[in-house]
Write a protein of this length. Structure first.
Length: 388
């Protein structure tokens, strides 16, 4: 695909009632957004659809039948090729660490970070653990957990070759706050999660530098009127953002509504916490020896235990709007603006001259019409085409 492309006849996500515009893209970036006629060698007619900044999923293990833990270039390519049909243009490849093993998958992810994989781009690595509570594992196997240790963390940082972007950590564990400081020094986002912390322990973690929360409500104590736990501390600290799985299963619709009202879109990151089932037909599958089935966008073991989400980001935004009555613009903020700000990506999460041309074209119901990553069209249904 040429490095020069103009998207014509689109409406901007933050001004959907405004006049149609053209987005002129050169060398992977937005050169100009104009209301004037913009002739170009190659054009994509948006047919009046809404142009929004591409979605960023900061918590995703896999998609398209592949998983980051598979540790192969092919698996990562399958994931990245699948995600644009849901509007996702960037992700943190989320996985685990097993102390004492080679953990070669971390090196493979690091080597593919930022590469053109014909789809969404891997923006970094997110490791859930290993310094998390053994009492709040969720679907993480006990072998992926160990006590906080600076030597182990140093080894993880080396394995990730500078591409570790986020680590989920439990602040109540002995010596974990020292590791929070170490993460911050290395430019890694410490994210509170898989934790049994109480209110004060959570506050201590936030004071130490934790500024993000892994899948809010899940794998942590609930809110109790005499034991407020981590949730009250999170809600009252305006500097903290949190991941939200708005599928109505991981969180009841009323809780999705409560969380969005408490945090606001600017502190909410819509995530899938998805795995290899995203993009696959409903049915029975195997996940590293665990047999499961998917139905209605949810994956459960054959015994009925919740395993994960099997729908993409635009579908989660659709459910968020349904559950909370937020506007489409507010929903897009949670999938684009907030995660880009969290990751410190100044050229993503917005459509403006000089920004990366990561663009998703949507209808008013947030169905995906087309997706571009760095100006390259990576999702376009067969009945549509680029005009030359």
């Amino acid at each position: 695909m040429s490095d020069h492309l103009t998207i014509t006849n689109c409406r901007l996500w933050n001004d959907p009632e405004g006049d149609p515009v053209s987005i002129i893209i050169e060398d992977g970036r937005i050169k100009e957004i104009t209301k004037q006629a913009a002739p170009a060698a190659k054009t994509l007619d948006a047919a009046g659809h809404i142009a929004a900044p591409g979605f960023i999923d900061v918590h995703l293990q896999g998609a398209g039948g592949a998983d980051a833990l598979d540790g192969t270039d092919e698996a990562l390519r399958k994931i990245c090729e699948m995600l644009p049909r849901y509007g996702t243009t960037g992700l943190l490849a989320t996985t685990v660490y097993l102390h004492g093993e080679e953990n070669g998958h971390l090196g493979v992810i690091a080597a593919n970070t930022g590469k053109d994989l014909n789809g969404a781009k891997i923006l970094g690595i997110h490791i859930e653990g290993p310094f998390i509570s053994r009492d709040r594992l969720g679907m993480i196997a006990p072998r992926y957990v160990c006590d906080p240790n600076p030597t182990i963390l140093k080894g993880i940082l080396e394995l990730c070759a500078g591409q570790l972007a986020m680590m989920t950590i439990a602040p109540e564990l002995h010596d974990s706050l020292a590791l929070v400081e170490m993460l911050k020094e290395n430019g890694v986002i410490p994210s509170l999660g898989h934790t049994d912390a109480n209110y004060r322990e959570t506050q201590a973690g936030l004071e130490a530098g934790i500024n993000h929360v892994t899948h809010l409500f899940n794998a942590m104590p609930g809110l109790h009127h005499r034991e407020p736990g981590p949730l009250a501390a999170i809600f009252e600290d305006d500097s903290v953002s949190a991941q939200l799985i708005s599928d109505g299963v991981h969180l009841h619709p009323a809780v999705v509504r409560l969380a969005l009202e408490a945090l606001g879109p600017e502190r909410t990151c819509c995530i899938t916490d998805g795995f290899r089932a995203i993009g696959l037909p409903e049915g029975e599958y195997d996940y590293h020896g665990l047999k499961y089935k998917t139905a209605g966008g949810t994956a459960r073991s054959l015994a009925g235990k919740l395993i994960g989400c099997a729908i993409g980001q635009n579908e989660l935004l659709q459910r968020m709007i349904k559950f909370t009555a937020c506007s489409p613009q507010e929903a897009v903020i949670t999938a684009s603006v907030t995660p880009a700000k969290l990751l410190g990506l100044k050229n993503k999460g917005k459509l403006a001259a000089g920004c990366d041309a990561d663009v998703v074209l949507l209808d008013e119901d947030l169905n995906v019409f087309a997706t571009l990553v760095g100006g390259k069209v990576v999702y376009l249904p067969n009945h549509l085409e680029i005009s030359e």
